[in-house]
Design a protein around this ligand. Structure first.
Ligand SMILES: [Ca+2]
Ligand SMILES: [Ca+2]
Ligand SMILES: [Ca+2]
Length: 322
């Protein structure tokens, strides 16, 4: 009996221990499932075939991550020599009426002061907020599906020969710990997502957890302390992008600036005339291609007086078209 009693007690102890372990494992697994936030991926567009002198736009997209976003505050560095920013357009989150009707969108251009030649000196800071405390209006949704374009940076590409055939990078940049953050929530809690890993447009991981601002390499570890009141979490992977500029020399022919498929017609010379009087605004159809078409001597420099003189001579039929 004594043996049986001990055996029974041992089984009960074993069952009790097994129950405790199973409960502990369940709690741990549940906690991991509840508090393990999904990471975000934010990406600047990688454009190809950009033409010098043309107007272009570069999108910034939420590629993946938690759906429920309350606001974002993103800063993009721009090489002001290569790209002139003339505006930032909001994505569909801000359309009124629309499926989301976010209430606040704003952008600001500002200079960045530093001695690092690898960093841009101009930045675009863009902020979006789903719900202002204005009482009158509520956003239709704070849900932001993967693949949603948050905004477009509108630029004019330089005509400088120095940038011919080059890739002009456009990257996220950090001027302090508050740059490039997203306020979001999942089923467990609200949190402030900050950078985790940073990649350049080729996919190279360029993250640096230490350094000095401004930086193109992410929020430093000190930011986890300075933002501690906002529940900061390293949850955003940022991917840079840019514009790949075509090479002037790849054009087969030039001499049709008005793009009507007739080379050296009177409309072409009138358009060139108008350019000298009114400036770049006269190229309204496909500006980059139209400007390329004025490079009559194929020297990579469009819109010169020599190009004008050559076009005029062709229009008059004095020279044989090339
Ligand atoms: Ca509101
Ligand atoms: Ca023409
Ligand atoms: Ca030329």
């Amino acid at each position: 009996m004594c043996f049986d009693f001990m055996n029974m007690a041992g089984k009960r102890n074993f069952r009790a221990m097994a129950f405790i372990w199973a409960s502990a494992v369940f709690i741990l697994v549940s906690a991991a499932a509840t508090y393990g936030h999904e990471p975000f991926e934010m990406r600047i567009e990688d454009r190809h075939g950009g033409t010098q002198g043309s107007y272009d736009s570069i999108s910034v997209t939420k590629v993946s991550g938690p759906d429920d976003i309350y606001s974002f505050d993103l800063t993009v560095g721009v090489n002001a020599e290569a790209l002139t920013v003339y505006g930032v357009s909001p994505g569909e989150l801000f359309s009124m009426p629309g499926a989301y009707e976010w209430e606040y969108f704003n952008f600001r251009l500002h200079s960045i002061y530093h001695n690092d030649a690898s960093l841009p000196v101009q930045a675009v800071r863009v902020r979006g907020i789903s719900d202002l405390n204005d009482g009158a209006h509520q956003p239709v949704a704070t849900t932001v599906p993967d693949g949603t374009v948050l905004f477009y940076i509108n630029v004019q590409v330089t005509l400088s020969i120095d940038y011919e055939c080059l890739y002009v990078p456009v990257d996220f940049i950090w001027t302090d710990c508050r740059s490039n953050v997203i306020k979001a929530s999942d089923t467990a809690e609200e949190f402030l997502a900050i950078s985790d890993h940073i990649f350049d447009h080729l996919g190279n991981d360029i993250t640096s957890p230490t350094g000095t601002f401004p930086s193109a390499y992410g929020a430093f570890d000190e930011c986890l302390d300075s933002l501690s009141g906002s529940n900061p979490q390293r949850l955003i992977d940022f991917y840079g992008g840019g514009i790949d500029l075509v090479c002037w020399g790849k054009l087969l022919f030039s001499g049709d600036p008005n793009l009507n498929d007739m080379y050296y017609d009177i409309g072409d010379i009138i358009l060139f005339d108008n350019y000298f009087m009114y400036g770049m605004g006269v190229f309204t159809f496909v500006p980059g291609l139209q400007i390329e078409q004025t490079d009559m001597d194929n020297d990579g420099r469009p819109l010169t007086v020599k190009d004008y003189w050559l076009l005029m001579r062709h229009v008059e039929g004095i020279l044989t078209p090339f």
